[in-house]
Design a binder for this molecule. Sequence first.
Ligand code: XMP
Length: 524
Amino acid sequence: TLLVLDFGSQYSHLITRKLRDLNVYCEMLPCTQRLSELAWKPQGIILSGGPYSVYEDAAPHVDPAVFEFGVPILGICYGLQEMAWHYGKAVIAGEKREYGHANLHLEKIDGKAPHVNKLLEGFDDMQVWMSHGDKLDKLPSSFATIATTPNAPFAGIVHEEKPFFGIQFHPEVTHTQMGKKVLENFALNICKVRPNWTMAEFVDKELIRIKALVGDEGQVIGAVSGGVDSTVAAKLMKEAIGDRFHAVLVDNGLLRLNEAESVRTTLTQGLGINLTVVDATERFLTALKGVSEPESKRKIIGGQFIEVFQETALKISAEAVGPPKAGKIDWLLQGTLYPDVIESISFKGPSATIKTHHNVGGLPANMNLKIIEPLRELFKDEVRILGTKLGISESLVWRHPFPGPGLGIRILGEITPQQLRIARQADHIFIQEINDAGLYRNISQAFAALLPVKAVGVMGDKRVHEQVIALRAVETTDFMTADWYPFDGAFLKRVSSRIVNEVEGVCRVLYDVTSKPPGTIEME
Ligand code: XMP
């Protein structure tokens, strides 16, 4: 296992991601982590980049024990500067910020120790990605130069006796040619980590971990939505503890056409999961009556969800078969993924921006449940691989995300049964056409939204005054930025004509051509 100490760079999690691709297991912790408090011994340490200047008073520094720990170290960008700072304060502000591609020139040195050329072994000069303001103004003592760029005379350095390396460029971004090979050289050849992190191994270990954690009698409850993460987490729990896992689907009345029923069938008949479906439609719609302000709608939906889930959890707990004790359920399943874990553990200094989280906690506080998070080590694409391994269908594993507030934030303005009918039918047609055209997997998320306005149209021989549907389809990798999907005209024509003809109450269809930013993916 490798340890990544994070100084808060926007690229830090990519280091972990790239190492995973090499089947190398690693953990990322904040740069302030004290090594003496670690319960395990890393085989190598990577110091990440970060937005600070090492010479500033408020700059973060690692536990000095890092340099005495006896394992190889790789400093990247700020990590290089941190190393140079430790070995002689050899860092200054550069005259100009360097951002983008640079030509890396390799220097071969006659090694005093066998490790010195190992990081960039077998490489030619190459293009690398730089993003830094500070640079080294001299070599720290006992170090030699292994690479230069026109603007950074010490773009790569190595300690002459110890396996300590520093590089100014970012090997973790795809813009750096051979970047992955740099990490591979460090992990496999220098740290001698065995590349044995595979999904099969993950499943075996996770099932053992869940069984040990929950014990022979423990019971677990968890909300499911029919989405990838909650379904994969639920299936893993089912494999580990069978019917001692209780899944709950809260039907908030804001789901898509036939969605509650199809989730029920998939989870119970398809995956054998012990599922309770609660139809809370009335309750949600009553609470939402007359409300059109987006934030109020979200708050009401989130609040109702917690209440309904909590009541259901208490009921299931009281009725559950098990040893006689007050609450029979001890654990709450959460489908947390690694990016959220990284977000909560990564080092945040004064200037760091914090991502807003959409997901509602939903913890039944008075039940004293302990949290179990079987997906907390996985990235989204790994969850999909895991889902397939657990026998979940391709179509579910690749399902587009659907927000917790559901159609509630896709019907702009007040939510009524009539508006729900229109939104459901229009969305169903749009998604059906996307599937028929074989485009579903090319698009990251698509839906029909219902606008709170009426427009004039001519239908048959009459003038009508009816509602407007806005179609939205985006391509994205991280949902933080997104581009609208370039459908061809014939496709849009087909969808528009079907919606206007088949959905009563709609006389116009628009296609949203706003990217994110400045737009968001959802419309409310
Ligand atoms: P935005 O609209 O912020 O959406 O660009 C980014 C992603 O998050 C989803 N989203 C939500 N998911 N509860 C959720 O569970 C919410 O309140 C929520 N709002 C947005 C959205 O569908 C997209 O995938």
